[in-house]
Every structure is written in structure tokens, then in C-alpha cells.
Design a protein around this ligand. Sequence first.
Ligand SMILES: [Zn+2]
Length: 74
Amino acid sequence: MNHIHCSVFGHDYIVSKDVTRYVKEYQCKHCKKQMTTSVNGNLIPLTPKFQEINSVLKSMHRKKEKRKTLVFNR
Ligand SMILES: [Zn+2]
């Protein structure tokens, strides 16, 4: 079932989670459809498998960037 706005204008994605500098998770603000960035930079649907990959990526990224002390816990 598509949200009417999305079928007319297309999805309107906003960043819902920063995974790494290059990989982010997006959510359509109208129908709540979730997408993520694939390895080649395209937007692909955020499946449970990619959610898992992203959380691994995120924890690896955090270890790599120890200098960054800003942590967003929300
Ligand atoms: Zn949408």
C-alpha cells in the first residue's frame, strides 16, 4: 500500500541514522519506508539483513574514529 503523496511525488527521504560518513539510513517522512546506502552509493531498501550490517558497520566505525568524542545517544 503506497502513501498517496509518494505515488504522486515520489518518496521524501530524510536521514534517520548516520551509520558511517558514507552510509546512512533514510526514512520517507510520509510513508515511513526505510532505505539505506549500498556499497556503491545507491539507495536500496533497508531489510533486516542490512540493518544488521549497518549496526556492525557503525560499531566498527566507532572504534576506528576514537578521536571523535561526540556520541549521539538518542
Ligand atoms: Zn514514501
